[in-house]
Design a protein around this ligand. Structure first.
Ligand code: HEC
Ligand SMILES: [Cu+2]
Length: 383
């Protein structure tokens, strides 16, 4: 859907929080439109009430109004015009919604696990944070989120994003910060006693400062390589091959499955994504890969949500070289810059709501030199 050109409106009175993402001006413009339209209609209706009350007031006690037969033209007018006005809100709102809730393919990825009462983050490069998330300005950041307990809601007012986080599912949201600074993160879903304290900050940094911050956490092991360890420890490797050209074992080879269509026994095909991998681990009975026995044990209750995400990162990283999706820095393979998720610099900064080509020349986080392996996180990227 093409975006409607929108003037960068901001209210004379600061009603809304700071605008710090590419979504913010668009959400605010729609909001200003809604407020203006509502104010106009409220005033128009109130004025009409007063006007008619005066004009058609009863002048004599025995006065009776003339009967009205009805008017097709009038009825149609006051149906069609409001319908068209309502459709402008719908179309405008939907076009922003679709862009905001469909995460781009190419983005820096961060895993988020919510629990009473904190937000836990894990970068693909392995750094973990609690109630704080450091990200570079001008990069698309995609969050894959779940919760260990009840429903929470990830809310960053300055970015105009809010996404509920539901147990047993992966939900995604994304944003691109346009300014550096410290921005509030809230939980926007009542989640128990300390709900009000469940929050933190997003730190948006200049790319160079972000690189430095990443290097500070050196020794961090990438999410994928942590997943690789779990894969060995939990015995997944006894049934699943992971090498290119590996034989099918008792279970299907997991090499290069991410993003592919998997034939399901008696149930068509599904695309292998994060949710499918998660389900395969926790509830292997749900969908059986065609041609295999239903022998995979469930790992329900044996792995934390963070460990499952690490396994997901590992399985994702098992793609043919050069095709690793997102920022999955494989334990054994050479990947492009882990911090930028292998996104070429030209694509790292973009305004999804603007025509392509805009702002491409802006500074973007630089990928470390080629040949750098993701194996040991940042060890070889110290300044
Ligand atoms: C006892 C052997 C066995 C073990 C141990 C095992 N699996 Fe499996 N796995 C299978 C079989 C068989 C299938 C195919 C049938 C099915 O889909 O349930 C499968 C399917 C899968 C799939 C879906 C693959 C596809 O192509 O559709 C994934 C992902 C997966 N396993 C991951 C894991 C992970 C991660 C572990 C360790 C935590 C693990 N498995 C442990 C046997 C096993
Ligand atoms: Cu919460």
């Amino acid at each position: 859907m093409q975006s409607i050109p929108i003037p960068n409106v901001s209210l004379p009175v600061p009603f809304s929080p700071e605008q710090a993402s590419t979504f913010a001006p668009h959400v605010d413009a729609l909001y200003v439109y809604l407020v203006t339209l509502t104010a106009f209609l409220t005033l128009a209706v109130s004025a009409a009430i007063v006007f008619f009350a005066v004009k058609y007031r009863r002048r004599q006690p025995d006065e009776l109004p003339r009967p009205i037969a009805g008017s097709m033209v009038l009825e149609l007018t006051w149906t069609i015009i409001p319908l068209m006005v309502a459709m402008t809100i719908f179309i405008w709102g939907a076009s922003i919604y679709f862009k905001a809730y469909r995460a781009p393919q190419q983005a820096m990825e961060v895993y988020v696990v919510a629990k009473q009462w904190m937000w836990k983050f894990q970068h693909q490069t392995g750094q973990r944070e609690i109630n704080e998330l450091h990200i570079p300005v001008g990069a698309r950041v995609k969050l894959t989120m779940t919760t260990e307990d009840v429903i929470h809601s990830f809310y960053v007012p300055a970015f105009r994003i809010k996404q509920d986080v539901v147990p047993g599912r992966y939900l995604q949201t994304w944003f691109e910060a346009t300014k550096t600074g410290k921005f509030y993160l809230f939980c926007a879903e009542y989640c128990g006693t300390n709900h009000s304290g469940m929050g933190g900050y997003i730190y948006v940094m200049e790319p160079a400062a972000y690189q430095q911050w990443l290097a500070g956490g050196s020794g961090a092991e990438s999410a994928a390589s942590q997943g690789q360890k779990l894969f060995q420890q939990r015995g997944c490797a006894s049934c699943h091959q992971v090498e290119a050209g590996g034989q099918q074992g008792r279970g299907p080879t997991l090499y290069g499955i991410f993003g592919r269509q998997q034939q399901i026994e008696g149930d068509g095909a599904v695309t292998v994504d994060e949710s499918y991998i998660r389900e395969s681990i926790l509830n292997p009975q749900a969908k059986t890969a065609a041609g295999f026995q239903n022998i995979m044990p469930t790992f329900q209750g044996q792995l934390s949500e963070e460990q499952i995400l690490q396994l997901v990162a590992y399985v994702r990283s098992l793609a043919p070289a050069g095709q690793q999706p997102g920022a999955a820095a494989a334990g054994t393979q050479t990947t492009s810059g882990p911090t930028t998720g292998g996104v070429p610099p030209s694509q790292q900064r973009s305004n999804p709501l603007a025509p392509t080509g805009e702002r491409q020349g802006s500074p973007a986080p630089q990928a470390p030199p080629a040949g750098n392996t993701g194996t040991t996180g940042n060890a070889n990227r110290r300044p």
